[in-house]
Design a protein around this ligand. Structure first.
Ligand SMILES: CC(C)(COP(=O)(O)OP(=O)(O)OC[C@H]1O[C@@H](n2cnc3c(N)ncnc32)[C@H](O)[C@@H]1OP(=O)(O)O)[C@@H](O)C(=O)NCCC(=O)NCCS
Length: 203
C-alpha cells in the first residue's frame, strides 16, 4: 500500500479506529468469498501467475512464486490478527480459485483499499464491477469505514472505468511501490461512505 494513501486523512476517533480493527479481526467472509488459508498457496499462485491477472497489480509479491504467494497469504493472516488486512478468495465449483480480494485498512483514518483480480475467463462480462460494488458496500457496512481509496495503473482501463462508473472521485496521481522496490504511476480515486450511500443505497 503506497504511503501517500489515502489522500484524504481525517483522523478517526480512538473508538472508531478500534471498532474497525475489531471488525477486521472478526471477518470471515466477504459476499461469496472466504478467507485465504496457507493451503491455498498453489491454487492462488495458479491464478496469479497469468500476466493478465498479475501485471496491473502493484501489491502482489515479486518475484511471484508459490513460496512468495504462501508468504503473501501468511502476511494477510497476521494483518487480520492486528486488524489491518484481509485476503479473500472466490472459489469455483471444482475448488479452482477464480478470484481474490485484498482488503487493506488504515484504522487511524477509518479508511480502506480494495485490490484484487478475477480469472481471465471472467473478464469483461460485468462480474468485476458487480463484485467490486458488493465488496465496497461490505467494507463501508461491515468494517465501518468512512472512506475508500483506490488506485489503478495509467493503462488499466477496465479498473478506471469500473471506479468511474461506481462514482468514485478522481484524486490525482501517486507513485506506488512494488514489493521488489520498483515503482509505477497510479491514478487515485476516493469515495466516502455518505457519497456511497447517497448513490448506492437500496431503499
Ligand atoms: C479489473 C477487473 C477486476 C475488472 O473486472 P471485469 O469483470 O473484467 O470488468 P467489467 O466487465 O465489470 O467491466 C468494468 C468496466 O471496464 C470496462 N472494460 C472491461 N474490460 C475492458 C478492457 N479490456 N478494456 C477496456 N475496458 C474494459 C467495461 O466496459 C466496464 O466499463 P463500462 O461500465 O464503462 O462499460 C478484471 O478485469 C481483472 O481482474 N483484471 C486484472 C487485475 C486488475 O486489473 N485488478 C485491478 C487492479 S487492483
Amino acid at each position: 500500500m503506497a504511503s501517500e494513501l489515502p489522500i484524504t486523512r481525517n483522523p478517526a476517533s480512538a473508538e472508531t479506529a478500534e471498532a474497525v480493527r475489531c471488525a477486521v479481526r472478526l471477518a470471515t467472509q466477504m459476499g461469496s468469498s472466504r478467507l485465504a488459508r496457507i493451503e491455498d498457496a498453489a491454487g492462488l499462485y495458479t491464478l496469479l501467475s497469468d500476466p493478465a491477472v498479475h501485471a496491473p497489480i502493484y501489491t502482489l509479491p515479486r518475484p511471484l512464486t508459490e513460496r512468495s504467494v504462501e508468504d503473501f497469504i501468511e502476511t494477510h493472516l497476521l494483518e487480520r490478527e492486528v486488524g489491518i488486512g484481509l485476503l479473500f478468495l472466490r472459489e469455483g465449483e471444482g475448488g479452482q480459485i477464480l478470484g481474490y480480494s485484498d482488503v487493506q485498512v488504515w484504522p487511524e483514518f477509518g479508511a480502506g483499499e480494495l485490490g484484487g483480480a478475477l480469472h481471465p475467463s471472467l473478464h469483461g462480462q460485468g462480474s468485476g464491477a458487480r463484485g467490486a460494488a458488493e465488496s465496497f458496500g461490505w467494507m463501508f457496512e461491515a468494517l465501518g469505514l468512512g472512506l475508500i481509496c483506490e488506485t489503478a495503473s495509467l493503462d488499466n482501463v477496465a479498473t478506471q472505468r469500473l471506479l468511474d462508473g461506481l462514482g468514485f472521485r478522481r484524486m490525482g496521481e501517486v507513485t506506488s511501490l512494488r514489493s521488489d522496490g520498483t515503482s509505477r504511476a497510479s491514478l487515485v480515486w476516493e469515495m466516502t461512505r455518505s457519497e456511497w450511500e447517497g448513490r448506492h443505497r437500496k431503499d
